[in-house]
Design a protein around this ligand. Structure first.
Ligand code: KIV
Length: 267
C-alpha cells in the first residue's frame, strides 16, 4: 500500500470507495492499524477515556495529545495521520488554536480535527490558510457532553437537522477536507454526504457516509467499561487478556512456568 495523503479523501469520495479510519494512541495500536491497511489513523481525544480512564474526553490536555501523537507517528507508515484538538486548546482564542494545531503538526500529525460547526469556521479558514488541513466533527461532539446532557443522538428535530446541514456546508466553505458525523440519524448523514464535496466519516451515523471510523478499543473489544450500541467489536481482546494473565498465574502457582524452553542454562 502507498502513502495516503489528504488528496485521497477527495479521490476516494469521488470513486465511491468507502474510507476507513481507526483511532490509535501509541506505537503498537498505530502499527496494528497501519499494517491492517486503514487509510487514516486518528489520535482521538477519546484517549482521555480508553487510555486514561476518565469519564469524558474533557480532561486531556494539548501536551498529552502531543505526546500521544509522537508515539503514534512512530508506528505509522502509510495511513494519513490526524490528531484531535482537545477541549480548551482552540476555544479560548484564535492564536492559541493556531499555535496548538501547529504543535500537533510538529509532533507528526498531518491534519487536525476539531469539534463544532459555524462557531469554528473562522479558525478553520485560518488553519487552512497556514497549511494545516482540518477535519470537522459535528453531531454528537463529545466535548459538548455536558450541554447535551449525555451521549445522545443529535439532529432529531427538523430544526436541528436543518442546522447541522448548514453547519456541514459552512465547514466545507471554510476549507475542511473531511467531516466526522457522530450519532446522527441515517437520513441526516445521507443528506449531508450528498450535499457536500468533502468526505463524511461516520460513527453511529449509518452506512451512507463516505467512510467509517471506530475507536480502536471498541473495535477490538479492549475497553471493559462501556460499549456504544453503534460500535461493532470484531475481537474480544479484553477477555483474551484476562484469560492470558490467568493462565500465567496458574502456571506460576503450579510451578510449570518457567520451563526449560524459557530458561537459560550455563554451558
Ligand atoms: O476522539 C475520538 O476518538 C473521536 C472519534 C470517535 C471520531 O473523535
Amino acid at each position: 500500500m502507498r502513502k495516503i495523503t489528504v488528496r485521497d479523501f477527495f479521490k476516494l469520495k469521488e470513486a465511491g470507495e468507502p474510507i476507513t479510519m481507526v483511532t490509535a494512541y501509541d506505537y503498537v495500536s498505530a502499527k496494528i492499524s497501519d499494517e491492517a491497511g486503514v487509510e487514516s489513523i486518528l489520535v482521538g481525544d477519546s484517549l482521555s477515556m480508553v487510555i486514561q480512564g476518565n469519564d469524558t474526553t474533557l480532561p486531556c490536555s494539548i501536551e498529552e495529545m502531543i505526546y500521544h501523537t509522537k508515539l503514534v507517528k512512530r508506528g505509522v507508515k502509510n495511513a494519513f495521520l490526524i490528531a484531535d484538538m482537545p477541549f480548551l486548546s482552540y476555544q479560548v482564542n484564535e492564536s492559541e488554536g493556531i499555535r496548538n494545531a501547529g504543535l500537533l503538526l510538529k509532533a507528526g500529525a498531518e491534519a487536525v480535527k476539531l469539534e463544532g460547526g459555524r462557531e469554528v469556521a473562522d479558525l478553520v479558514k485560518k488553519l487552512s490558510c497556514f497549511g494545516i488541513p482540518v477535519m470537522g466533527h459535528i453531531g454528537m461532539t463529545p466535548q459538548h457532553v455536558h450541554s447535551f446532557g449525555g451521549y445522545r443522538l443529535q439532529a432529531k428535530t427538523e430544526e436541528s437537522k436543518k442546522r447541522i446541514i448548514e453547519d456541514a456546508k459552512i465547514l466545507e466553505e471554510a476549507g475542511v477536507f473531511s467531516i466526522v458525523l457522530e450519532m446522527v440519524p441515517v437520513e441526516v448523514a445521507r443528506e449531508i454526504t450528498e450535499s457536500v464535496s468533502v468526505a463524511t466519516i461516520g460513527i453511529g451515523a449509518g452506512p451512507f457516509c463516505d467512510g467509517q471510523v471506530l475507536v480502536f478499543h471498541d473495535l477490538l473489544g479492549f475497553y471493559p467499561d462501556f460499549r456504544p450500541s453503534f460500535a461493532k467489536a470484531y475481537r474480544e481482546l479484553y477477555r483474551e487478556g484476562v484469560e492470558g494473565i490467568r493462565d500465567f498465574i496458574s502456571e506460576v502457582k503450579g510451578k510449570k512456568f518457567p520451563d526449560e524452553g524459557h530458561s537459560f542454562k550455563s554451558k
